[in-house]
Ligand binder design. Sequence first.
Ligand SMILES: [Fe+2]
Length: 237
Amino acid sequence: MHGVTTQETFDAVLGHARDDPRWPPDAIVVTGDIVHDESRAAYQRFRDTFEPFGLPVFCIPGNHDQPALMSELLTTPPFQFCGDAKLGAWRVVLLSTFHKGDDAGVLGRDQLAALEASLSNFTEEHILICMHHQPLPMGSAWLDGVGLHDAQEFLKTIDAHNRVRAVLWGHVHQASDRERNGVRFLSTPSTCFQFLPDSDRAVIDTRPPALRWLALEPNGNITTEVDWVDTDGGGGK
Ligand SMILES: [Fe+2]
């Protein structure tokens, strides 16, 4: 894809993570667009790759995914498809923004109502929300045209609660780290190519594949870092 063999860059990113002293993490979050061809074989390969680690793998669908196949192939441990999970003092909420036939995302009235109820009912002090599409503008006209359609409703929902500490997404193939109303908003770059930030049309960036580490601290703070992985053997970080 765009001259990148995505399996190779993905393997390099995973290898980089496994060589890090922080490995193994308590869980892995995969923020969608796991496959591009919506094939069963691709999800099976994904399963075969992650299953041996025995770590929880939280999966949410992206615009290129096939949620029906994900809910068939990625629901038995160590995999979890959407829903929520407890991690120490934190509750991780996995939302689907998949909208059939659309590269943009939608949470929808039912999921927003369920989120509203969950945010009141969770007993954990701190909440991390993960989704595929960006709920805040990225400053790129073309990317913001394929963001989250009901972002305003989502922001209103989380504004009414005071335990949401962070919102995390993929989709935009670039790193960002902002704060809004005391909540951290983070995007994670792709394991393949990146998009040039602040560009109004789609331009492939020269930055390498990447992953994000997240330390969810008991006091609600988040320590996070993006590792850029030089796949040409230069060992960049
Ligand atoms: Fe996407």
